[in-house]
Structure formats: structure tokens, C-alpha cells
Design a protein around this ligand. Sequence first.
Ligand SMILES: [Zn+2]
Ligand SMILES: [Zn+2]
Length: 146
Amino acid sequence: MESIFSLVKNPDSKPVFRLTPQRKAIMRALWDKGNKHLTVEDIHSALSKQGEKLGIATIYRNLITLEQLGIVNKLDLGGGRFRYELVSRPNSFHYHLVCQKCGEIMEVEDPICYQIIQSTAQNLCFQTNQVELTVTGYCKKCQEAI
Ligand SMILES: [Zn+2]
Ligand SMILES: [Zn+2]
């Protein structure tokens, strides 16, 4: 957890933005679930259970700020809802396998895949700021159920 909060500090250990109790609560909710792909509604209900009374709009507003600061990733994994996860390490990369039947989301860490994307972009003189890759299909369990 400390490493996450250290992300929001500059080398002089001065906070680069105010780590308000609201932002801290949201980050904690994302951390508690093992950094896993929560919707705004998921965060809202997680916080409600902990007795934190933050409205959906407030959570959403803070997520935008956290995303701009590179602390939170906003993901479109289908299902008509954006999901959010903490950026665990700066410049780390994983992609998502999303089951279209049960909604299971698997994470795959693949530095080689990331390097290929980066070098392709570089060859096209394109400067990347976020790489997001989603693969849809059916998980093992759901294939067996068909
Ligand atoms: Zn499935
Ligand atoms: Zn993920």
C-alpha cells in the first residue's frame, strides 16, 4: 500500500496533489479487491460497506483526477461500463482476457507483447501514453458448459 501512496509524491516527498480522504478511500477500495477492475458502482458499494459516504458523482470526479495523475487506469472491458484499476507499478503492462459469458477477467503480464507494440509505434513516429489490450472469448469453464 505504501508504494501506491508514494506514487503521488514527488522526489522531495511533497505531495504533488492533495491526497484527500476521498481519494485515499477510493484508492484503498481498488487496493482491497486486489487491484481488480471495479466499476464506479463497485467502488461505491465497497465504500458504503466501510461506512464511507461518497456519492457516485464524487467518486467519478476523483477517478478522473486519479487517472490524469497516472495512478488509476480506466478500462473498457465491454459490458457497457468502464472499470478502474490501480497502476501497480509505473510502466508495468498487463492485458486482459475477458470471458463474454461469465464476465471473468484474467490478467496476462507480457513484457514482450508490450515491447512489440512500443517498437511498432516508434517506427511510426507515434508517442504512446497508454497501451490497453483486451482479448474477448470464452474461459475454460464456459467452453465446457457449451
Ligand atoms: Zn466464462
Ligand atoms: Zn487488469
